[in-house]
Ligand binder design. Sequence first.
Ligand code: NAD
Ligand code: UDP
Length: 314
Amino acid sequence: MIRRKVLVTGGAGFLGSHLCERLLDDGCDVICVDNFFTGRKENIAHLIDNPYFEMLRHDVTFSLYLEVEEIYNLACPASPVHYQFDPVQTTKTSVHGAINMLGLARRTKAKIFQASTSEVYGDPEIHPQTEDYRGNVNPIGPRACYDEGKRCAETLFFDYHRQHGLNIRVARIFNTYGPRMHPNDGRVVSNFIVQALKGEPITIYGDGSQTRSFCYVDDMVSAFMKLMAAPDAVTGPINLGNPGEFQIRELAEKVIEKTGGGSKLIFRPLPEDDPRQRQPNIAQARDKLGWEPTVPLDEGLDRTIAYFRRLLAD
Ligand code: NAD
Ligand code: UDP
């Protein structure tokens, strides 16, 4: 059997580790690259003995020379707490990382996927968000290192496509959750579950009326693979996410109910530039990829709670 050689940057992270696993199941030869900033060895420990899996500690802001046929570029911290920890490094990871991976794709003629984000829409005035909406991003705020870094990466992908004929796939990922999120990740789903399981108060930023749409990780990884396998004309950018929209306060109440804990809600100031609302329009994903999410929030939360229960018990 001839195996496709696939590179996954950020492969030891939350989404990357699930993707590596699914690509191995699909018969690929997988090279995982990560600098372990937010990724963890535990996420990929079960893959290390697989002869078709290779792990390389490397920072994508530096050049990389490998022979591959497909590249999934996921390297970048995704949680606001982590991407704001060293904002200059976040922009470098998005921009220099994209340049390095696009250079690698150009040399090896590999197909390349970019993990872009709903953050390119900033605090959106259009609801739900469609791909033709150009966004409302504050270029100098605390989220800009991530938002503008990802926007610039999209620009680079499309310029390499037009200028050098690269085969590109750009996915705009909306909030995704599931097992293997870092317990101190700082994102809302993991924060609320860990707080509830520890019996600590649940921290709601603002009044909790802001909305997000949450997609379970297995659905998201299926979408990545469908986008990579789609005809070459399907470059994206394409929204990937679950259109079910929930207020943050509603999410907190669901988590308390499901964990059976007695946590109270406490309210903290809303972080600067925190988007008020977010919901993907996924008509393009349905039409061009034949994809839509299948795991409802209730079921995904149950699976994620079970994961964190095991993790915290260890
Ligand atoms: P994550 O933080 O768990 O994973 C990111 C991985 O990239 C980590 O393993 C980290 O160590 C690695 N990394 C960071 N900087 C690096 C560098 N310079 N060189 C090499 N590796 C580096 O986050 P995630 O949720 O798995 O996100 C994966 C990708 O998907 C990111 O690009 C993120 O922007 C994008 N995304 C995720 C979501 C989501 O809700 N999970 C939403 C939108 C976009
Ligand atoms: N949030 C919250 N409490 C927390 C963590 C996050 O109320 O402990 C809110 C946050 O202000 C935002 C939403 O939950 O409105 C989603 O935050 P997250 O960091 O998960 O991702 P974002 O979509 O903002 O990038």
